[in-house]
Design a protein around this ligand. Structure first.
Ligand code: PGA
Length: 260
């Protein structure tokens, strides 16, 4: 399986800045066959960046979508509209769950729409600080994984990427965000993998890529990439700094080569 290095730019960069930044990355990033580099710009910039990017080096991802393919849904963007422009769509990011009140029902409809339109969903799951404190991590992860995937057939599950992003480790809003230990991440991956195995069977479950996200930087990326179950990283803040992002890609390549 490839290693995924995915940058989530969130609501940063104007269209012009996005283009300059992508250009900078394209000059630095190598096209490695076993490393999939993806960036997720603002919806505003996706159309122009899709013409600018070299997809062998950097693919594009949308940060959100609506689950209907077309119709009277003011302000929304469908996967049908995105499908010629991006290869991936993030769904269920904690900022969407907690700031925009998205439910597992919304999320599962989006996952289905993404698969129906031939794109790859990156389903984010993760517990909050208080859920962790109250010992609810396993239940929350189980509910979010099963809730997000309940319309996905065994045939389609290998098309889904799951990102474990503990809310307490995401740097954007929580200035006191903590760094997750590789052990915490390993435990969560084991749990997610076991939920997938119960639902879809062992072999199928192993084909689903698991990513980690939450305060990932070039200084800690390797510690997560070395975990057995880790198939890549979803990076917020550090993906807005070109040398950080490109360093993480090189680290991923080193880890991949060492394990080859
Ligand atoms: P962060 O964000 O790397 O800035 O913590 C990760 C994410 O929200 O995907």
């Amino acid at each position: 399986m490839k290693t995924y290095i995915i940058g989530n730019w969130k609501m940063n960069f104007t269209v012009g800045e996005s283009s300059l930044f992508l250009n900078k990355l394209l000059q630095k990033v190598h096209a490695y066959r076993d490393i999939e580099v993806v960036v997720s710009p603002s919806l505003m910039a996706i159309q122009s960046l899709s013409l600018q990017t070299d997809r062998r080096k950097i693919k594009l991802c949308a940060q959100n979508c609506y689950h209907r393919d077309f119709g009277a849904y003011t302000g929304e963007v469908s996967v049908t509209q995105l499908r010629a422009l991006v290869d991936y769509v993030i769904v269920g990011h904690s900022e969407r769950r907690y700031i925009f009140n998205e439910s597992d029902k919304d999320i599962r409809s989006k996952v289905s729409a993404i698969i129906r339109n031939g794109l790859t969903p990156i389903l984010c799951v993760g517990e909050t600080e208080s859920e962790r404190t109250f010992g609810e991590t396993a239940d929350v992860l189980r509910d979010q994984v099963l809730g997000g995937l309940s319309e996905v057939s065994a045939e389609d599950i290998s098309k889904v990427i799951i990102a474990y992003e503990p809310v307490w480790a995401i740097s954007g809003h929580d200035k006191a965000a903590r760094v997750a230990s590789p052990l915490d991440v390993q435990d969560a991956f084991k749990l997610i993998r076991s939920v997938l195995k119960e639902t879809y069977g062992k072999t199928t479950a192993e084909e689903t890529a698991l990513l980690f996200g939450g305060s990932v930087k070039s200084t800690n990326a390797e510690s997560y990439l070395l975990l057995d179950d880790c198939n890549g990283l979803l990076i917020g803040g550090a993906s807005l700094i070109a040398p950080e992002f490109t360093d993480i890609i090189e680290i991923a390549k080193r880890v991949k080569d060492a394990n080859a």
